[in-house]
Design a protein around this ligand. Sequence first.
Ligand code: CA
Length: 232
Amino acid sequence: MKTAEEIVAADEAGAVRDFIEADPEAEGALREAASRHGADAVLHELDAIALGREGRSTDTPHLEVRLQAHPVFAGRNHAYLMVIVDDHPAFEGDPRFTRTLPDGRRYATLGAGPKDMNPIFGTLVSSVNRAWDASLLIPDTYDAEIQHPLVVSGEMTEREAVERLFEVDARYADLTDYDMIPFRWSGGYNSNGYLSGLLEVVGWSPEAPPHVPGWDKPLPGAAFTLEPPDAA
Ligand SMILES: [Ca+2]
């Protein structure tokens, strides 16, 4: 276990939670040392933990996860996620978040679709910042902020919930058969089933957007089994 001085010297935000859990009495001393040394990342983490205890947004600036949908054909919608990190220090210089909203906040999207846009005998692939998801030119027919239940209950930070989404997405092998309109008896899944499956694996069960065929056939957890890139 690291000491408060070591954590502050390295400004190591990732060590703060374990430190406080091991010795709750030492939180004040850690905060005092972090203020003295200008350890901004540690102070930020301490604030996030304190806010989480009050059941409030656990990250500053607030990280926003939005479930969105845009029309694809015949009044049917394609669902995807927009993750808005604004200028949150944990995502500074993060290459996933280079796009900006008109108000300047940075975002990335998570979604899936048929490989090479070939819906016939296709393969379902997921990507960060798919062109059609990340584009602001295609108007959304649905847009709702969603919050992970464990963030609401103060057991997880917004940042953990967001990182978990990207981690699980990266574990999908992009090899499942694609069905534009999946049936229970067919072998494939579509972009909506990808998203409802991803959310389910991460422990998230938001209300479905309207007119999203395939949402009720979530890609099973067994499809998200690749070794995470870090562990390889
Ligand atoms: Ca993928």
